[in-house]
Every structure is written in C-alpha cells, then in structure tokens.
Design a protein. Structure first.
Length: 276
C-alpha cells in the first residue's frame, strides 16, 4: 500500500438482506458514510467479493447476512483470500461463529460459562435435566433450523451436526461489543420475547470480566466481536454466542456520543489492521 494515497477498502454488505428486528442496510449506510472520510471505499454484495478484492488494500466483511445461503461462494472467497494473503476484517482466524458452532460444545466440555451444549448422543447425559431442550444445526445462523423439543426426543439427537442445549430460563439477554480487545458498549433486551428490542446496559466489572474471557479466548488481534449472553435467574451469565464474523451492532440503540465513539474506535482499528 502506497503511503501517498488513502487506503482502499472493499466493504462487503448485503444492503437488501431482511433480518427480523434488524436493519442491516441502514447500519451499513451509516458506517460507510463515516468511513469515507478516512478511506477510499467501495461497497459490494458478498457474492461479488472474491472477484473484486484484489484491487483493494483490505476487505471489510460487515452485514453480509448468513453465509448459509451462499456457503460454496463464501468458502471460495475465504480460500482465495487466505491463499493471496488478502487482509480481511475481521481476520479469518476467528475460532467462534466464523468457524461454525463447534466452539459451544468444546467450551462447555472445558467448563467455560456457556449454555450447556453437546453435539453427540453419547454426551447427552452431560446436560442438566430440563423439560424442554433447544436443538439447532451446528452450521446454523439467525435461528434457522432451531427447534424446541421435549426430553423424550433427545435419544434421536446428537448426530455430530446438531447442537443440543437445555432451554434456559433467563431474565434477559445482554450483548457486549468490542473493537479489537477494547470494550465499547453493552445492550440488553429487557423482554426475553423481543430479542432485538435493545436498550443501553451499564456493564459491571464482573460482566466485563465474563465477556473479556471469551474475547481473549478467541485471539483476534483486530476486529469487531459481539459477546451474547443470558442472565440466569441466579444472576449469573452464560454465553449464548460469540459473533466474530459479521456481528450486527445495533447502532440505532445508541446515543450520538456512544455511536461516535464506536465509529472512532472502528476507524482506528482499521488503520492499525492495514498497517500491521
């Protein structure tokens, strides 16, 4: 990259993707309008990224939607980027949702504070007793394929491609947002039935220790991560998901000060990433 010109970024987003309770397009219109003050920027659909990325100094994968609908093309993009040494943000070394959901049964078996999760029939005995259980594909996203089943259905599950979890009775869900390893803000859903009706949340020291444990585990030096957790009835937190591929940021739930602070952190992170 020449020092005489501004960095050139290819910003990957599906502006037309419709997500329940989220406006992907609006969020990326906002972010790109701010990033243009610092970078030469072009937007493209995820299906076009592999063909266009060689002309840019870096590729930013944002609200591109679940890769389930174009997994073959995504894997081709990923393989080409790794082979060419293309700078992709978030870096393609993420160990969490970027690589599927295998991390959930792995972390559960290692004793991390996650919703108890198994993926094999022989491990079903590790789950706490419950009236109902959540079953979802290991390669799932956006609750696609998620089912709630009774306990007597469990013997037919745990095939290695499916995750099984007890249906946790929780007070609310809360998300912690990080840029690189720096905490930015937290949002929570007071009503468990409205996951994306979010409000600002004042994280405690214990909350941030919980969230940072997973950010540190993931080992990404650069990038945006969202740590999703549920607050159990005893006041503790359990990890629901660690989103490290294209986490939706719910910037519309922030006031101007916090939104500006996030954008500033994002810009700084991108500059560090491109210079690294």
């Amino acid at each position: 990259m020449s020092a005489a010109r501004r960095p050139r970024l290819l910003y990957v987003t599906d502006l037309a993707y419709e997500a329940r309770g989220r406006r992907y397009g609006d969020e990326d219109v906002l972010l790109t309008s701010r990033l243009r003050a610092h970078f030469d920027l072009a937007l493209c659909h995820p299906l076009d990224a592999a063909a266009l990325m060689d002309a840019f100094d870096g590729v930013v994968v944002r609200n591109s939607g679940p890769v389930l609908g174009h997994r073959k093309e995504y894997e081709a993009f990923r393989a080409r980027a790794l082979a060419a040494g293309t700078r992709v943000y978030n870096p393609l070394t993420g160990r969490a949702d970027m690589a599927g959901k295998q991390y959930l049964p792995d972390l559960s078996a290692q004793g991390f504070p996650v919703v108890p999760t198994v993926d094999r029939a022989e491990d079903l005995h590790r789950l706490p007793a419950a009236d109902r259980y959540v079953v979802k594909p290991k390669l799932g996203a956006d609750s696609i394929g998620l089912r709630v089943v009774a306990a007597d259905a469990l013997p037919d599950l745990g095939d290695g491609a499916t995750l099984v979890q007890p249906l946790v009775d929780f007070e609310h869900e809360v998300s912690f947002y990080f840029v690189d390893h720096d905490y930015q803000y937290a949002l929570y859903a007071p009503d468990p039935e409205r996951r994306w009706r979010l409000e600002p949340y004042d994280a405690t020291v214990a909350d941030l220790e919980f969230a940072r444990r997973f950010v540190e585990w993931n080992g990404l030096a650069h990038g945006i991560q969202r740590v999703d957790a549920c607050r159990t009835r005893d006041g503790g937190l359990l990890l629901v998901e660690l989103e490290d591929l294209n986490p939706y940021l719910s910037l519309d739930a922030l006031d101007d000060t916090r939104r500006d602070a996030f954008v500033t952190a994002f810009v700084r992170s991108l500059h560090r990433f491109l210079a690294d």
